[in-house]
Design a protein around this ligand. Structure first.
Ligand code: BEZ
Length: 250
């Protein structure tokens, strides 16, 4: 079933850095004009629009109806499909994903489906949260939720693989792995940790009424503050990126 955990207005306000911080991913993707490329978890499609401007033919998929509406409104060929359920066969020169795969629990199934979607010689390139990503925020969320009797593990929305774990998964699906590497990328927020939590943390607060939700958000912010906020009030979250590039044998 498709549920929508996204609000494009919150995203534009609190998460503008997501498409902006894609230099490494685009370097690994090496898009060429005329190529047919699939964007897995395209969101509102901003990154795909850049590729369209470079002459690529893009299909975007995402499981958020509101994001798909935004992407389609900007003219993108975007489809409401969960990336873990794609059924393309030998259809793309490349598949890429930016800051989306960590929302997908079925990573091995996803790798198999991407393999099938690529033409021989095609490439799969991604940037996602990797092992250790946002650990201060996760620890604080687990602590704050435990204080009101909720087990964080039962509602943890994220999967952050290690580099070797992801390499093995991709090889298992049939890929030749060119690169799989973690790197720290502390990330400055355009607003603050509360805006970040409202935008990205909806599943953490499912079922809480609004006062309780606000109290938990305040508590998480309080716990994170000594680690992630500087003396001028600027927030920097402890992001760790997993970048990989894998190829389907020609
Ligand atoms: C990430 O890009 O790593 C990320 C963003 C929001 C929530 C969790 C992880």
């Amino acid at each position: 079933m498709i549920t929508d955990n996204w609000n494009p207005d919150d995203y534009a306000r609190h998460a503008s850095f997501v498409p902006q911080l894609s230099t490494q991913l685009m370097r690994d993707l090496e898009p060429v004009a005329g190529e047919r490329i699939l964007d897995l978890g395209c969101g509102d499609g901003q990154l795909s629009q850049l590729l369209v401007q470079q002459g690529c033919s893009i299909v975007g998929v995402d499981n958020s109806p509101s994001f798909i509406r935004s992407a389609q409104a900007s003219g993108l060929n975007a489809r409401l499909v969960d990336a873990q359920e794609i059924e393309f066969e030998c259809a793309f020169d490349a598949v890429f994903s930016n800051a989306a795969m960590h929302w997908m629990p079925h990573q091995s199934e996803l790798a198999r489906r991407v393999f099938r979607a690529l033409k021989p010689g095609g490439r799969f390139v991604s940037e996602m949260g990797g092992a250790g990503n946002i650990s201060r925020v996760r620890d604080a969320a687990a602590h704050a939720l435990a204080e009101i009797g909720i087990d964080y593990k039962e509602r943890d929305p994220w999967t952050f693989p290690g580099a070797e774990e992801q390499r093995a998964r991709l090889e298992q699906a049939g890929f030749i792995v060119i690169k799989s590497a973690l790197r720290d990328r502390p990330t400055s927020l355009p607003t603050d940790i509360k805006g970040w939590l409202v935008t990205f943390g909806r599943q953490l607060f499912a079922g809480l009424e609004s006062t309780e939700q606000n109290n938990v958000i305040e508590r998480i912010a309080e716990l994170c503050h000594p680690h992630l906020c500087d003396l001028d009030g600027n927030w920097r979250v402890d992001y760790v990126r997993l970048n990989f590039r894998a190829e389907k044998p020609a």
